[in-house]
Design a protein around this ligand. Structure first.
Ligand code: SF4
Ligand code: SF4
Length: 429
């Protein structure tokens, strides 16, 4: 993983053409140069040259970014804007530390082996005291004006039973221990399922449906029990050591049992498992071949179902059958993994579904890069265009492939009064 000092040449590749301004969601809302990739690179360049101190304003500017990757995708010079912005965030955390609450959450709460299960189980029991039911798909609204959870934000309820505690998942832990390698006879495809925090703590039903679809697609499933957070939240906030520790723990949890594939229903987790782990662990010569072998097996669930298992058109009737459906491309699936065709094939061949593209399906939902925590109002302004796109497409349901996008879209549709549901691709199968 390159430091800011090592990225100086990369920063100098920016010729200040401004192409990135036209597609940047934060620049579109704020309209200030520092909100664009070009502006951020200029600030980071001055800071790295010692011409600009590390100030609150500098840190605020480098946080005003969803890490959506649109600038990088459209840059004629191929500048690694994401690498530079995340290195600048890591540098800021190294020099200034993280706010105590954020550091505590990253280091302890997001690790299921530590405080997470206990703390979140407790929180799931008391959430009714702080939050009240909303009519929107069982989302919760704060009863009080509180930081982070206030401001009319529609919060996803914590699951009563976390995915990794469900009998379906636990049965597959035991299978993992009993079966050291592929079975004899006909070769079955062995697939390990990675849940991620969104599925585990907020949407266990997406995990259960994923297992059900994969089973119907004919694979032998395992859920490694020692899996933990993918590290992307910590990495996005600049906490590289915590992200690295999480990557290593996951590598160890998944590499033993000889899987053909490792799959996930979370676009962000898939991007982390495929790419971030290589960046975090690949500098170590002992870990490099292990992480290469691990990452090469990772497939998003839509990619696995379409390209490896031929599951197109084989889904069953669901409660979305008969509805008009549109699709939101998660940045971490579309740009980070290059997966656009596969979810669309699954949706347009789902039983009884009318598929209609919305305007800017690949526009960022506003959640990424920690923006919905660091600047909720800005993140919701970015979601506005998405909500309008869903409304104008006349969709009953907007489908996506990332629990994070689902949370943000539900909140945005609620805020902007768009009467549509939000679902995961597996809900159609
Ligand atoms: S598109 Fe690339 S080269 Fe042009 S200003 Fe943006 S980052 Fe610099
Ligand atoms: S990553 Fe996205 S939000 Fe951040 S500067 Fe680039 S285009 Fe803008």
């Amino acid at each position: 993983m390159k430091t800011l000092a090592q990225l100086r040449e990369e920063i100098n590749k920016c010729v200040k053409c401004g192409t990135c301004r036209s597609i940047c969601p934060t620049f579109r809302v704020i309209g200030r140069e520092s909100a664009s990739a070009r502006g951020k690179l200029a600030l980071i360049q001055s800071y790295a040259a010692g011409e600009l101190p590390m100030s609150e304003t500098y840190v605020r500017h480098i946080k005003e970014c969803t890490l959506c990757g649109a600038c990088m995708d459209n840059c004629p010079n191929g500048v690694d804007t994401i690498g530079i912005i995340t290195a600048a965030r890591a540098d800021a955390v190294e020099r200034q530390g993280m706010p105590y609450a954020a550091s505590f959450i990253m280091k302890t709460l997001l690790d299921p082996g530590r405080l997470m299960p206990m703390a979140l189980k407790f929180a799931s029991r008391i959430q009714g005291l702080l939050l009240k039911d909303s009519s929107v798909e069982n989302g919760l609204l704060s009863r009080f004006s509180l930081p982070v959870i206030g401001g009319g934000r529609l919060l996803p309820p914590l699951a009563r039973q976390f995915f990794l505690d469900t009998p379906e998942a636990k049965a597959l832990f035991e299978d993992a221990e009993k079966r050291p390698g592929p079975q004899g006879g006909a070769k079955t495809v062995r697939v390990a399922f990675y849940a991620g925090c969104g599925v585990n703590y907020l949407m266990p039903e997406v995990g259960a449906k994923s297992l059900d679809v994969l089973r119907r697609a004919g694979v032998e499933l395992v859920v490694p029990s020692a899996q933990t957070c993918c590290g992307m939240p910590a990495f996005s906030m600049g906490d590289v050591p915590t992200a690295r520790a999480m990557a290593l723990k996951n590598l160890e949890a998944f590499e033993a049992a000889g899987f053909d594939y490792i799959t996930t229903s979370c676009a962000t987790c898939g991007h982390a498992l495929k790419h971030l782990f290589r960046g975090l662990l690949g500098d170590d010569p002992e870990l490099r071949p292990r992480v290469e072998a691990f990452s090469a097996k990772v497939r998003d669930i839509t990619e696995l179902l379409v390209n490896a298992l031929g599951f197109v058109g084989k889904g069953k009737e669901t409660d979305i059958s008969g509805k008009t459906v549109t699709y939101h491309d998660p940045c971490h699936l579309n740009r980070a993994q290059g997966i656009r065709r596969e979810p669309r094939e699954l949706i347009s061949n789902a039983k009884g579904v009318a598929f209609k593209e919305m305007r800017f399906p690949c526009g960022c939902c506003g959640l990424g890069g920690g923006l919905s925590t660091t600047n909720y109002e800005l993140s919701m302004e970015i979601t506005r265009r998405k909500a309008e796109g869903v409304r104008d497409a006349g969709a009953d349901v907007v489908v996506t492939a990332c629990p994070g996008c689902i949370v943000q879209l539900r909140d945005g549709l609620h805020r902007y009064g768009v009467d549509a549901k939000v679902a995961h691709v597996v809900d159609l199968l």
